[in-house]
Design a protein around this ligand. Structure first.
Ligand SMILES: NC(=O)C1=CN([C@@H]2O[C@H](COP(=O)(O)OP(=O)(O)OC[C@H]3O[C@@H](n4cnc5c(N)ncnc54)[C@H](O)[C@@H]3O)[C@@H](O)[C@H]2O)C=CC1
Ligand SMILES: O=C(O)[C@H]1O[C@H](OP(=O)(O)OP(=O)(O)OC[C@H]2O[C@@H](n3ccc(=O)[nH]c3=O)[C@H](O)[C@@H]2O)[C@H](O)[C@@H](O)[C@@H]1O
Length: 429
């Protein structure tokens, strides 16, 4: 079976590499020739723990190929997984132009019967639309079918999330498509839900939006904790003993970022609106998150009414630890404010700095935590990398000229920091 994965981004590359690891022969296709060049040199264009080793091993075994030649890749493909980006348009809806461009390339080049599987996150009804679109554009006399197989991996744990998936959702309209997908995934021992394509598309949005809601709820409660003198960490710990609530996704902070929660909440809200329905819960999650992103700076105003000329250490810029991804990272909103006010920034992040330089070339970059902290009058922590959590209060006190630490991810014990003399401000505590 010839499998093509369209797009070698976070999802496509991990999907391709993991399918090869499961023993399939996979052709990873990307129209970005730079990425293909890197991959053919054994380098991953994205940072993802464990991916380099799997690329090397599976390329050596000749199970994994990288190409930008879509004409050749699609010609005799049996299964095509589409994993291209579906970004947000200014009105909040999903931009499907890239997906439809890929579909056009597929339609014009498939010469055999083929299953086309949508892995990208797409609005409900997209698989149906893609079906008619491809039918109209087919150049050869072939049969094809569209399936929806949404992806649930998280960046930073993507390989594990794929090889040991918590669930596989197969949105199919025929037994044949189900059989093909079951065959592809037969080595993954995960629960499988077979459903129709629209439900599969909805499962993806509902899952992401539910998690976003959970985070916004906790942040809302965290803000109230500050007002009434409660501690959000103890509150969520207390809540988590109830297994109906669970202990995951209860971390208060400066809000969710990344390429998915922000866009997937807005996209589902927009889709509902187009159908004359208002998704009030999701709307609330979006609004709380928007306000939460700059909450920490508002709190720092007490000490620094203006940041003009203030030396500021920034620890962490990626939208979460374990990734180099900066898409919708709350750090960006905050750093924009600080730069506009004329703060003197020294930024450090263990993996995100190269990409971050494209956003803010004008700030200083440090090569270590220590270098970033040295002589700073304030420190902002935007990402909870493990190496930051290990910083002892003494380090802030000895390196900074004033130990004002604003922690957007609640990395430390309030008691420990304050008892040792750090002016420590976090979220909801
Ligand atoms: N990033 C994540 O953690 C997850 C993302 N998703 C969804 O998966 C989709 C992809 O997301 P990412 O991998 O983050 O995107 P990405 O932007 O990292 O990668 C997309 C890739 O597709 C390539 N591409 C675009 N048009 C193409 C074409 N016509 N032919 C071949 N390649 C083409 C781009 O050059 C790019 O390398 C999105 O819909 C996203 O919502 C779903 C679950 C997790
Ligand atoms: O569709 C997607 O792209 C993916 O989106 C998320 O994965 P990801 O964006 O990689 O990262 P998460 O770990 O979910 O974190 C998202 C954001 O929420 C924030 N977050 C997370 C958990 C928490 O308790 N509090 C909190 O603020 C993180 O800091 C981060 O900014 C989902 O977890 C995946 O299941 C999904 O497949």
């Amino acid at each position: 079976m010839k499998i093509v994965v369209t797009g070698t981004g976070y999802v496509g590359l991990v999907t391709g590499v993991c399918l090869a690891e499961l023993g399939h022969t996979v052709h990873c296709l990307d129209t970005n020739e730079e990425k293909i060049k890197m991959l053919n040199n054994g380098l991953s264009p994205v940072f993802e723990p464990g991916i380099d080793e799997l690329i090397k091993e599976n390329s050596e075994q000749k199970r994994l190929n990288f190409t930008s030649n879509y004409v050749e890749a699609y010609r005799d493909a049996d299964v095509i997984f589409i994993a291209v980006e579906t970004p947000e348009l200014p009105n909040g809806s999903a931009d499907l132009n890239i997906l439809f461009k890929a579909a056009e390339q597929i339609a014009e080049n498939i010469q055999g019967n083929c299953l086309i599987v949508i892995k990208s996150t797409v609005p409900i009804g997209t698989a149906d639309k893609l079906n008619s679109f491809i039918e109209d554009k087919l150049r050869y006399n072939v049969t094809f079918e569209i399936a929806s197989n949404p992806e649930f991996l998280s960046q930073g744990t993507a390989i594990n999330d794929t090889l040991y998936a918590k669930r596989l959702i197969l949105g199919v309209e025929s037994d044949k498509a189900e059989g093909t997908l079951r065959e592809i995934y037969k080595k993954i021992k995960s629960p499988i839900l077979v459903t129709n394509r629209r439900s599969a598309e909805m499962i993806k949005y509902a899952s992401n939006d539910f998690l976003a809601l959970k985070i916004s709820f906790v942040n809302d409660i965290a803000n109230l904790c500050e007002i009434v003198g409660a501690d959000i960490d103890d509150v969520t710990k207390g809540m988590s003993f109830d297994d109906r609530i669970g202990n995951k996704f209860l971390n208060a902070g400066i809000g969710y970022g990344g390429s998915c929660f922000p866009k997937d909440t807005k996209s589902l809200h927009w889709l509902a609106y187009q159908h004359g329905y208002e998704l009030r819960t999701v709307k609330a999650a979006i609004e709380v998150n928007e306000l939460q992103k700059t909450k920490l700076i508002s709190k720092a105003r007490k000490q620094f009414p203006s940041f003009k000329g203030i030396r500021v250490s920034i620890l962490g810029v990626t939208f979460k630890p374990g990734t180099d991804d900066l898409r919708e990272a709350p750090s960006i909103d905050n750093i924009k404010i600080l730069v506009e006010e004329g703060a003197l920034l020294t930024v450090f992040d263990p993996v995100g700095m190269e990409k971050f330089k494209n956003y803010f070339p004008q700030v200083n970059y440090a090569t270590s935590v220590e270098e970033s902290l040295r002589d700073a009058e304030a420190c902002f922590i935007f990402t909870e990398w493990d190496m930051f959590k290990e910083i002892k209060p003494e380090k802030f006190l000895s390196l900074m000229s004033q130990a004002n630490v604003y922690d957007g991810r609640n990395c430390f014990s309030v008691l420990d920091m304050r008892r040792n003399g750090v002016n420590y401000i976090s979220i909801g505590r």
